[in-house]
Design a protein around this ligand. Structure first.
Ligand SMILES: *Cc1c(COP(=O)(O)O)cnc(C)c1O
Length: 238
């Protein structure tokens, strides 16, 4: 095993322990929580190292990084979720290729996913991203507009709504983060209530990153997306 492989494996083992501890503090079953490796900018080799160390889901931000990794089978044995900002004209390239598109935030995007999923004869799982910190120039639907988007998604037969995702403001302190995660959990519960017979479809609450995943789990996250704490600091996105 190389030094790099050992480092990644140790990081993942430590994070899994922290996930378990946070779940137990909150009286939750640790097995409800999925660790997603946010693998943007990482090489295929590094992604395989993470899978060898027990990662079962990778999260990718950019279509142009995702496609080559799919091509060379970097994710073999794992699922991929799309977690980055998605342009309508790129939807075609990822529908049916990723298990869940986590970053859906408009009816236009839903329409395009519906259209592409219908073409392929599949149902595409998605999460709706909530702009919980109400930041300008940030992806996600505003909290007060979420209910309408949930209704819209429910009307589509090739889209399956699985839950919510959020990315709080980068400068939020611990108190603010806890409040924002709790608000997102409440929106998640409200969304479940609106689903009628399909209530059991809504099982994913994706929140928490390297700096705050324990807090997010205490507030109800079922998926945490962790990059830096697994792979170390990454080069800036170009
Ligand atoms: C990069 C990224 C993460 C992980 O961030 P870290 O702070 O490196 O853990 C999580 N979610 C999204 C959407 C990201 O782009």
């Amino acid at each position: 095993m190389s030094e790099r492989q050992r480092e990644i494996a140790q990081n993942i083992a430590r994070i899994q322990e922290e996930i378990t501890a946070a779940a137990l503090r909150a009286g939750r079953n640790p097995e409800e929580i999925t660790l997603i490796a946010a693998s943007k900018t990482q090489s295929s080799e590094t992604i395989r190292d993470a899978l060898a160390a027990g990662i079962r889901v990778c999260g990718e931000n950019r279509v142009q990084e995702l496609l080559p990794h799919l091509e060379d089978k970097s994710y073999e044995g794992a699922e991929v979720h799309f977690i980055g900002h998605l342009q309508t004209n790129k939807v075609r390239q990822i529908v049916g290729e990723v298990s869940i598109i986590q970053s859906v935030d408009s009816d236009r995007l839903l329409d395009e996913i519906e259209k592409q999923a219908e073409k392929r004869g599949i149902r595409q799982d998605i999460l709706l991203e909530v702009n919980i910190g109400r930041e300008e120039n940030k992806g996600g639907v505003l909290p007060e507009k979420l209910a309408d988007l949930v209704e819209y998604a429910r009307g589509l037969s090739h889209v399956r709504l699985r839950g919510l995702m959020c990315i709080p403001p980068a400068d939020a302190d611990e108190t603010q983060l806890r409040a924002l995660f709790a608000q997102t959990k409440q929106l998640f519960v409200d969304t479940r209530c609106k689903m009628g017979d399909n209530i059991s479809d809504i099982d994913c609450l994706s929140m928490g990153m390297s700096g705050d995943f324990s807090l997010a789990i205490e507030e109800g996250a079922t998926m945490v997306r962790v990059g830096t704490a697994i792979f170390g600091a990454r080069p800036p996105l170009r």
